[in-house]
Design a protein around this ligand. Structure first.
Ligand SMILES: [Zn+2]
Length: 243
């Protein structure tokens, strides 16, 4: 079985690797900053009952609770070093052991590199599983930038947010609710966002190729309305279980 899986193959309706009626257990969700992954992970959680296991959330949670793994990660971060993959893998392992992940999980944020993908394979094998499907929410670089760089916040105490394209204020530069001036957070400037987006594509394209080669990748058009993206994601997952 394992040998066959490593053979490059294209996904098609006739090559379902899951037994009929068996739900995919581990789903990997990949999408750039602003691709709407958080929203879509929530849809998958509601429809499939699988929790979202996002590496960023695990980090924040372990740091906040000052767990042994959180303290370990912090030592590296304090030195300005990258947290080694085995620390991240250990956090994911611990999370997957929780009862709510017994039926599987939607993984997000890890892996970002091929060595990390291999580490994830080894980890999921411990749970008797594998990455059953990789859902790539595809959004063009320019569209991501448009989505992210259009965010403005008011200077009022409630920090109302606007988007120049999707939710503009009635008067340019002024909050509709409290009349204070709008500004962009440093993180929201076009330059910072453009860099984030570029790093994502540079990092992720080898990973996308890796999963495509294995026949695990399903590409979803992330430029559609949210509900259409959700429908495509669910159809991709349900298509796997069809006979
Ligand atoms: Zn306001």
């Amino acid at each position: 079985m394992r040998v066959l899986r490593d053979r490059p193959q294209r996904r098609s309706r006739s090559t379902q690797r899951l037994a009929p009626g068996r739900m995919p257990k581990y789903i990997l969700l990949i999408g750039g900053p602003g691709a709407g992954k958080g929203t879509q992970a929530q849809v998958l959680r509601e429809k499939l009952g699988l929790p979202q296991v996002a590496s960023g959330d695990l980090f924040r949670d372990n740091l906040k609770r000052e767990t042994p793994l959180g303290r370990q990660a912090k030592q590296y971060m304090d030195r300005g070093e990258l947290v080694p993959d085995d620390v991240t893998v250990a956090m994911i392992r611990e999370r997957l052991r929780q009862p709510d992940a017994a039926r599987g999980a939607v993984l997000d944020g890890f892996p970002r590199t091929i060595p990390q993908a291999q580490a994830l394979d080894a980890l999921l094998a411990e749970f008797g599983g594998r990455v059953d499907v990789v859902l790539y929410v595809q959004v063009d670089e320019a569209v991501l930038l448009e989505r992210l760089a259009g965010r403005w916040v008011c200077r009022g105490p409630q920090q109302h947010t606007y988007h120049m394209l999707f939710n503009p204020p009635r008067v340019p530069g002024v909050c509709d609710i409290d009349g204070t001036a709008l500004y962009q957070r440093d993180d929201d400037t076009a330059e910072v966002q453009a860099r984030r987006i570029r790093v994502f594509f540079e990092q992720t394209s080898p990973l996308i190729d890796f999963y495509r080669q294995r026949g695990d990748l399903v590409e979803i058009n992330g430029e559609q309305p949210i509900s259409a993206v959700a429908a495509d994601l669910l159809a991709a997952v349900e298509g796997m279980t069809a006979v």
